[in-house]
Design a protein around this ligand. Structure first.
Ligand code: CO
Length: 463
């Protein structure tokens, strides 16, 4: 049996270890080698890469994609897409979702891993449909969480729903790295029994369970795993590519990977890692194993956010109380998976409940929107009292939120005007309005400087 490997060094590892600050110029030199390793796919775009390119790296994310594609000719390029949210935290109208996917395919994207934070598949339907229409690979995602309502049957049912949408494969996304080996075995087995499409597993090394979880998942028939080249593996990133290759090969699986090429890739990234540690971009803390997530049942990232938030409010002594309140808020909200943006919403609300000395005295704008149904259908039953507190006699919307939104692409295109040079620019602008606008203006300025420089230089050159 073959186990497919997705290399995450350019996206998730980059995002998890150095807040997605790796500029294209740092990894350009290894792209052709990455293409030779035998990976099933190379995750290189989506999530925070887009934002980070525009905001911090002064790079056009579309151009980055095209440049990667020019050097990675055989391996499929993969991106992470937040369904109707595309790359952000709010829902976009369907015309924007479709345009975004069409242009992504056009610029070189092959596989779209599409998820919704609530596993409300109405929110990924349009993205899946457009991906298939464009002839690309649609991978439907199930966000993994544990709760009294998240049973194996429920997950198997979700797998069937995804299959009905026509996805080419399914991915279980354990963004918090809390899935243990037995859970992985049971879950993959249940899914393999209920669906025909390949099933992939995505986890993180955060709690240290990653490698053993992957091994049991593969034993249960998992078709593919996500790993990061060893110098960018471990901690909040993925388990190491080379170690998983070694272990699975020993256990009798085919991996398709060339270990000599993997060594070259790691030799390339090793000095980069040292450089990032030296400049402080990589905090070695994220490389360690953090088991608190297992005790508190909250993702590591959410825990560090909570600690930072409480420290800022001079209330770190309330941490235990907030951690006790967190599962209660989650229950009141119908057990949403603790993935962005739900993890932030639940955490902030739990802190507010404790600090105010009264539950739901202050309710955040986001939680209000959630209760109105603007994020989609909650996985479980939402607390009635809480709903009536926010909505009065009103009811949460039952239709898909995007159905209440007007088409936005043409309007945004007019709004940004000539600063946008093509439809890709318009999409960048829709995703990150202020940041993209600033990026476009800087680009114009830079170019006008270059032009005047050329004019001044010219007479000298002709001499
Ligand atoms: Co991840």
């Amino acid at each position: 049996m073959k186990v497919n490997f997705t290399e995450t060094v350019l996206r998730d590892a980059n995002q998890s270890l150095i807040a997605t600050r790796m500029p294209f110029s740092d990894f350009e030199g290894i792209l052709e080698t990455l293409d030779q390793a035998g990976y099933y796919s190379l995750e290189c775009w989506g999530g925070a890469t887009f934002d980070s390119c525009l905001r911090y790296l002064n790079e056009d994310p579309w151009e980055r994609l095209r440049k990667i594609k020019a050097k990675v000719k055989n391996t499929k390029l993969q991106m992470l897409l937040r369904g109707q949210n595309i790359l952000g935290y709010k829902h976009y109208p369907d015309d924007v979702v479709r345009k975004f996917i069409a242009h992504s395919v056009h610029n070189g994207m092959d596989i779209f891993r599409i998820f919704d934070a609530l596993n409300d598949f109405r929110n990924i339907e349009v993205a899946v449909d457009e991906t298939l229409k464009q002839g690309a690979h649609a991978q439907g995602c199930i966000c993994y969480t544990t709760s009294p309502i998240h049973s194996l049957e429920k997950y198997a049912e979700m797998g069937k729903q995804l299959e009905e949408l026509g996805v080419n494969s399914i991915c279980i996304k354990d963004m918090a790295g809390i899935m243990g080996p037995q859970e992985a075995f049971d879950l993959i087995k249940a899914l393999k029994e209920s669906v025909k499409t390949p099933v992939f597993l995505h986890t993180h090394s955060t709690t240290g369970l990653g490698p053993v979880t992957y091994a049991k998942a593969v034993e249960a028939g998992c078709d593919g795993i996500d790993t990061a080249i060893s110098s960018f593996s471990g901690g909040t990133s993925q388990p190491a590519t080379e170690s998983m290759q070694h272990a699975l090969f020993q256990l009798g699986y085919e991996t398709g990977l060339d270990v000599k090429v993997l060594k070259k890739i790691n030799d390339f990234f090793k000095p980069l890692k040292s450089q990032y540690i030296a400049t402080g971009l990589m905090d070695t803390y994220v490389l360690g194993t953090e088991t608190d997530a297992l005790v508190y049942q909250v993702p590591g990232g959410m825990l560090s956010n909570l600690i930072a938030q409480l420290k800022a409010q001079n209330a770190i002594d309330k941490l235990d109380e907030v951690l006790a309140e967190t599962p209660k808020v989650r229950k009141d909200l119908g057990y949403p998976p603790l993935v962005t943006p739900m993890s932030q919403m639940v955490g902030v609300q739990a802190a507010a409940n404790v600090l105010a000395g009264e539950r739901y005295k202050n309710i955040s704008k986001e939680v209000k929107s959630y209760l109105k149904g603007e994020y989609g259908q909650a996985p479980g039953v939402v607390d009635e009292e809480l709903i009536s507190k926010v909505l009065g006699d009103g009811k949460p919307i039952s239709i898909r939120f995007a159905d209440t939104l007007y088409p936005a692409f043409e309007k945004s295109k007019q709004e940004i005007g000539s600063l946008a040079r093509n439809d890709e620019d318009v999409l960048s602008y829709i995703a990150f309005p202020q940041i993209a606008e600033k990026f476009f203006k800087d680009r114009e300025e830079k170019e006008s400087r270059t032009v005047s420089y050329t004019i001044i230089k010219k007479p000298e050159e002709t001499r």
